[in-house]
Ligand binder design. Structure first.
Ligand SMILES: Nc1ncnc2c1ncn2[C@@H]1O[C@H](COP(=O)(O)OP(=O)(O)O)[C@@H](O)[C@H]1O
Ligand SMILES: CC(C)(COP(=O)(O)O)[C@@H](O)C(=O)NCCC(=O)O
Ligand SMILES: [K+]
Length: 249
């Protein structure tokens, strides 16, 4: 079995695939200690290969690789920056600086569509990436995701104060807020939705006909705006399989 890990800034997404690459089980944890416990419940003894992508620090990646090697005694492949992968050319001036989660997601999206794509990943940060019909990555944008927007407002003002529970309760509407919690939660949601709308207009200008892909933990907050969009929770994993194929038997 293959263990796959996508280590974002907030969460580690993990899943276990069979030898024929079909998904057996998946989960989400915050840190590496929790990860081993979660995987142990289902599959520990039978992991033959681990592949991972991370946007965390080099130190954290090295620690996690050591932990996994020790736990399973197997090869741990870590996705690394590339100028070209599966027919897609990295569009950054310095290709090594492009976030690896962005890179893998945009490569997978282009591979699925075989035409121009706009990829929007809504996680800790929200990122968009543009790929042309020819597989040339044209670059993209990075802005704060919803959790960062909320916490910045709460940290840098004196009177924006409300509990997490209240915040959770007032989400889901886009009507003007009549309390602080409503005003902040819904205001931030409007920022996210406005950003997404703007990316789609820009993609129409830059790319002509294109497919839109939505991924990341908060994709569901905008998917209703774009009925034509493909909501793919597994986009980073699909790119990871291209970057780190399992070659053992
Ligand atoms: N089980 C969960 N725990 C925490 N956040 C979650 C969970 N499921 C969905 N989310 C949402 O997903 C977002 C994080 O998305 P994700 O794509 O995993 O981010 P990152 O890749 O930056 O770690 C959070 O802002 C939260 O709104
Ligand atoms: C932009 C990101 C912080 C997004 O991370 P995430 O929200 O998925 O945790 C990550 O892709 C990253 O660290 N990128 C490096 C900078 C860049 O892409 O230019
Ligand atoms: K993201």
């Amino acid at each position: 079995m293959i263990l796959e890990l996508d280590c974002g800034n907030s969460l580690i997404k993990w899943r276990v695939l069979s030898a024929s690459q079909s998904m057996i089980v998946e989960g989400v944890v915050q840190g590496s200690g929790e990860l081993l416990d979660a995987v142990a419940v289902v599959a520990c003894a039978q992991i033959h290969f681990v592949r991972m992508v991370s946007v965390r620090s080099d130190v954290e990646v090295a620690q996690l690789v050591d932990l996994l090697r020790e736990a399973y005694g197997v090869v741990v492949a870590v996705a690394s920056p590339a100028q070209v992968l599966a027919g897609v050319a990295n569009g950054y001036e310095d290709y090594e600086r492009l976030g690896l989660d962005r890179w893998l997601a945009l490569v997978a999206a282009y591979q699925r569509s075989s035409r121009a794509v706009l990829v929007i990943d809504l996680g800790t940060a929200i990122t968009s990436d543009f790929v042309g019909d020819d597989g040339a990555h044209r670059g993209g944008f990075i802005c704060p995701g919803l959790p960062l927007m909320r916490s910045q407002l709460r940290t840098h003002t004196r009177k924006i104060r409300y509990g997490d529970e209240e915040g959770l309760m007032v989400r889901g509407s886009i009507l003007p807020g009549r309390s602080t919690a409503e005003a902040v939660e819904r205001g931030c949601l409007h920022m996210v939705r406005g950003f997404v709308e703007e990316q789609v207009s820009l993609a129409a200008e830059l790319l002509g006909n294109f497919d839109v892909y939505l991924t990341g933990g908060d994709a569901g907050l905008v998917s209703d705006m774009l009925p034509q969009a493909r909501v793919c929770a597994d986009l980073v994993f699909a790119g990871l399989a291209l970057a780190c194929p399992f070659e053992g038997a």
